[in-house]
Design a protein around this ligand. Structure first.
Ligand SMILES: NC(=O)c1ccc[n+]([C@@H]2O[C@H](COP(=O)([O-])OP(=O)(O)OC[C@H]3O[C@@H](n4cnc5c(N)ncnc54)[C@H](OP(=O)(O)O)[C@@H]3O)[C@@H](O)[C@H]2O)c1
Length: 267
């Protein structure tokens, strides 16, 4: 979810459709709306707390600020614990910077991911979050964490879609027990998205599906968790309608050989 006025209503629709993973971030400013929507789902008996999975992301802070950031998000979300807490980037941002940051701002401060990681480990031990992970970390960044961590990152959330498959990073993460999650699973907004890729369009037509569904099914079959954003109930329904078709060997070969030239953010 990002910041739009109707997040609360959309969240209610999602819960009713069967969505159970909600991904939010301090930078999106949507924790309050997500919290209200979830509370409504709990009160109406649609869903129980233990049946939903809530992810929260924050940019690198000073280690001493981590716990209060997690507590602040829990209070906005009206929850007692998070399921997953992610460090949003290996780069530290200037406190005054705008979001999304420009290159100069994001590279401008030295950071110690290890110290942040220790502070997050304390949050896991205190029960504020069940798991912890990272976003936009390269294999090198993940290795640095593993050198001193007592908790292995549960997840690395990165840009990943059929036109930016990140095969080596996926293989590395799998080899060290880190699950990969995809942001921008549709390749972003048109005209950049999978909607305009002729190979994906052709495979979609063969199966009577949309290019978006082909991208999401491809991620699913590769063991990647998708984090998708929409405020449109029709699209939300399209995005979970993925289980009534199968790729042929030829489809998979065509998808594996797509040009890899559309990253928005290179890890
Ligand atoms: N961890 C990180 O560092 C990080 C960074 C960036 C983003 N994220 C997360 O990733 C999630 C998804 O990112 P994203 O929105 O950039 O990428 P995306 O999921 O690949 O693209 C979704 C966008 O495509 C549009 N779209 C889909 N089908 C369309 C169609 N048929 N015609 C026109 N437009 C269509 C959607 O519009 P509608 O809104 O109209 O449905 C939506 O804006 C976000 O929730 C965000 O929280 C994480």
């Amino acid at each position: 979810f990002s910041s739009r006025a109707n997040s609360e209503v959309v969240l209610d629709v999602c819960v009713q459709m069967g969505y159970r993973h909600f991904d939010t971030a301090a930078a999106h400013g949507t924790e309050e709306a997500v919290g209200k929507g979830l509370k409504k789902g709990f009160v109406d008996g649609l869903v129980k707390r233990e049946e939903v999975f809530v992810t929260y992301k924050f940019h690198l802070l000073d280690a001493g600020e981590v716990r209060s950031a997690v507590e602040k998000s829990l209070s906005a979300l009206q929850l007692e614990y998070l399921d997953l807490c992610l460090v949003q980037s290996p780069s530290k941002l200037l406190k005054s910077c705008t979001y999304p940051p420009n290159q100069r701002e994001s590279a401008s401060l030295p950071s110690s991911v290890q110290e942040i990681w220790e502070a997050l480990e304390d949050c896991v031990q205190s029960g504020l979050t069940k798991a912890m992970g990272v976003c936009n970390f390269s294999a090198k960044n993940v290795k640095e964490i593993l050198e001193s961590a007592s908790v292995v990152p549960a997840v690395n959330q990165v840009e990943l879609h059929p036109m930016w498959q990140q095969k080596q990073l996926r293989e590395f993460c799998q080899s060290v027990g880190v699950r990969v999650s995809s942001w921008r699973p549709l390749g972003g907004q048109p005209p950049l998205s999978v909607l305009n890729n002729s190979v994906i369009k052709e495979i979609a037509e063969t199966h009577g599906k949309t290019p978006n569904q082909i991208a999401l099914r491809w991620l699913l079959e590769n063991g990647v968790i998708s984090v998708i954003q929409s405020y449109d109930p029709e699209k939300l329904l399209e995005y979970i309608n993925l289980f009534d078709f199968k790729f042929s060997v030829e489809d998979l070969e065509k998808l594996a050989s797509l040009d890899q030239d559309l990253p928005f953010y290179v890890v």
